[in-house]
Design a protein. Structure first.
Lengths: 431, 264
């Protein structure tokens, strides 16, 4: 009997702290463990007793890369609990803010975290020595996304302008209009990005994913829509916990999700695109055709191309929203009187996939219970399955090469370990 | 010559990654910074790791596990200059709210499988464990202040990071005072500048994410907050957010506890 263990002690170019252990016995893969050792921060525990109005600012601190996603899911869930309808104009402004985060987060992953894998560099800094124009495009794109976040949100990381019911202050037409040429340039940069990504050499892989994403009556999904899957699931957002469950595994500080009575599933850019490609706007559709993107992408390495397409979408959508913008008559709407307490649930599309929040609020407006399921915990089991396939296909390669291939399989899904780790559920026994 | 450049390391403890992301968010300056500093150990950005010692270590996050307690000693030992970045590293972060939790409730609290989790009962700032050469505040830090800290390191001078209040920045920005003119609760008078007074600029009160300014008049602040009304937030929660362990904010929250142990 021969036993071989391949370890990656500290995953590089991912957000947060994780490790990977692969055990091979007698030539076959015994187990694959994506170990998230980043310590838990207990958000769901200390949210109890806080005022609901604090949830968007507090939960933003779960993730410095996608704080807007936390603000959006928190606001929508709390507004459902309050029975608060937010008017279209404010919802459009939220969508514009989310576009900024998609651009910034995807550009970070495409150029600074993912592209070095394809071109054989340890990082974008060294990549920039040989491919200065590519890295310059990436940084310009990222900057455009951050400009949008800064203008609408006050700053790019943990924006201050989002509140339950809308915004603290809505911008004037004059404040927003300088962003139009910025986003127009960004769209062109996104086109160059997609062409750049299409020219990369992709390892041949085909995975049998169950894709899960939102799908709305119109538009590519961000804040609205039902939860759908490539295997026929179609449920309202409120039923998330009935269909998906979280399990705790001994080696990880994050809970893993799966379909109840089913297996792993995949959320994020690949899933959104597979389930919503018909919703992409015209210029982005044109780009999809130009780079020859297949209708469903099941090669996870090609997620870099799908993210590029989503960046183009976010720029095109932001331009549409900017051009049609007129300041809403109110910056936010107040909840109806006589709130007696209640539960609200919401799902929005974070850059890495669907992000679920549930809040149980008391009549005093304090949070009685909170539950948060981030995209990376949902993808963990599927990432482990991808790694297993990599190991099976490359079992004869020496350890460092195999470890490198495994790390690439993980980075394909842009895991945000900081997000995933903070949700060990505290079950309180009050005796 | 590459080897002549000072070596930069970026370390992460319990945090959201936002403060180290601030360095990558310096889109216009990033490549200039990396021309002057060798990125020797920055896991979020690079898979190439150069062994220490390091000339400048930026430390993000707070200490929350037994392993963190050991690791920060190692980081200090191999760092010539150690700068903590952000509210987690300088004041324990939002996760320090566990430090104030009812310990009895936490004792009775049962995880699904608590034996899998290794964590401390407290979240503490880096300076509680090792000597820190400079603390950069903020949740998140300001990019401009981060660049100032790096420039100061390269030039061998002290960083120019003002410890005045948000009010000073707010006046410079030309904002109307939200506290005086509109009665909006605002922690600007007791909070350190650095953000650019963004909250008042967006018609909301400052919520103290840069921690206390150098000479905060907390009793006066609390009296004013009571006058304008804080409902539905109790006073202790106002100071127990992202910098709850910063001494002035900690004292402010503690001062709201009555002799019966409840909050007023």
């Amino acid at each position: 009997m021969t036993e071989r263990t391949v370890r990656v002690e500290y995953l590089a170019r991912v957000e947060g702290e994780g490790a990977l252990t692969v055990r091979v016995r007698d030539g076959s893969v015994e187990n694959v463990e994506l170990r998230i050792w980043e310590p838990p921060r207990f958000f769901e525990a200390f949210l109890r007793g806080r005022a609901y109005g604090e949830a968007p600012d507090i939960t933003a601190r779960i993730c410095g890369i996608c704080p807007v996603a936390y603000q959006m899911s928190a606001c929508h869930a709390i507004e459902r609990a309050l029975g608060l309808e937010v008017p279209r104009a404010l919802r459009d402004l939220r969508r514009l803010l989310y576009c900024g985060e998609w651009i910034e987060s995807h550009a970070l992953h495409i150029y600074l975290l993912h592209a070095p894998d394809f071109l054989g560099y340890p990082d974008a800094i060294r990549l920039a020595k040989d491919h200065p124009e590519a890295v310059a495009t990436g940084l310009a794109l990222k900057k455009a996304g951050n400009a949008l976040l800064t203008l609408l949100g006050g700053r790019e990381i943990h924006p201050v302008n989002v509140r339950v019911g809308g915004f603290y202050r809505v911008p004037t037409r004059e404040e927003l209009s300088p962003l139009e040429p910025v986003l127009e340039d960004a769209f062109l940069a996104a086109e160059r990005t997609a062409r750049f990504a299409a020219g990369l050499a992709f390892p041949k892989v085909e995975e049998d994913y169950e894709f899960v994403a939102l799908r709305a009556p119109d538009g590519y999904p961000m804040n609205e829509g039902e939860i759908v899957s490539s295997r026929g699931l179609r449920i309202p957002q409120e039923r998330f916990e009935e269909e998906f469950e979280e399990v705790q595994v001994p080696y990880s500080h994050a809970l893993q999700s799966r379909r109840r009575g089913g297996g792993p599933y995949l959320v994020g850019a690949l899933a959104r695109y597979a389930l919503n490609r018909d919703r992409l706007p015209p210029r982005t559709q044109h780009l999809v055709a130009e780079v020859g993107l297949e209708p469903e992408v099941r090669n996870p390495h090609r997620s870099i191309l799908v993210r590029s397409v989503e960046v183009a979408f976010a720029c095109e959508e932001a331009l549409r929203l900017l051009r049609s913008y007129g300041p809403p008559d109110r910056a936010w709407v107040e909840p109806p009187d006589g709130f007696a307490g209640g539960v609200g649930r919401a799902v929005t599309e974070a850059p890495r996939g669907i992000l679920y929040h549930r809040y149980d609020l008391g009549a005093d407006g304090r949070i009685r219970e909170a539950k948060i399921v981030p995209p990376t915990s949902q993808n963990q089991s599927q990432i482990e399955a991808d790694v297993r396939h990599v190991v099976v296909g490359a079992i004869d390669r020496p350890d460092p090469e195999l470890a490198d291939a495994c790390e690439r399989a993980i980075r394909n899904h842009d895991p945000c370990i900081s997000c995933a780790t903070h949700f060990l559920k505290l079950e309180v026994d009050r005796g | 010559m590459a080897s002549a450049r000072p070596r930069l390391a970026v370390w992460k403890f319990a945090s959201c990654d936002g403060c180290q992301l601030s360095l990558l968010d310096c889109e216009d300056e990033l490549l200039a910074v990396t021309d002057r500093l060798e990125v020797a150990n920055f896991r979020e950005a690079s898979s190439a790791v150069v062994e220490g010692p390091y000339d400048l270590s930026l430390v993000e996050g707070s200490v929350t596990t037994p392993a963190d307690v050991r690791h920060i000693q190692e980081v200090r030992a191999e760092s010539r200059v150690l700068v903590t970045i952000g509210a987690c590293a300088t004041a324990g972060g939002i996760q320090a709210l566990r430090n104030f939790a009812d310990i009895e409730e936490f004792r009775r609290a049962v995880y699904a499988r608590p034996e899998y989790i290794e964590t401390l009962a407290t979240s503490t700032p880096i300076a509680d464990h090792v000597r820190v050469d400079f603390e950069l505040r903020g949740c998140p830090i300001s990019k401009a202040q981060l660049l100032e800290v790096i420039s100061a390191f390269l030039l061998g001078r002290a960083p120019n990071v003002p410890n005045e209040s948000v009010c000073i920045e707010c006046k410079r920005r030309g904002n109307v005072c939200v506290l005086v003119a509109r009665g909006t609760p605002c922690l600007g008078p007791v909070t350190q500048a650095g953000c650019g007074a963004i909250c008042p600029a967006y018609d909301r009160g400052c919520y103290g994410c840069f921690g206390p300014q150098v000479t905060p008049n907390v009793p006066a602040m609390m009296a004013k907050l009571r006058e304008v009304g804080l409902a539905p937030l109790p006073m202790h929660q106002v100071f127990r957010t992202f910098n709850a362990l910063a001494p002035a904010f900690r004292a402010a929250a503690d001062a709201t506890v009555t002799s019966e142990g409840t909050h007023r």
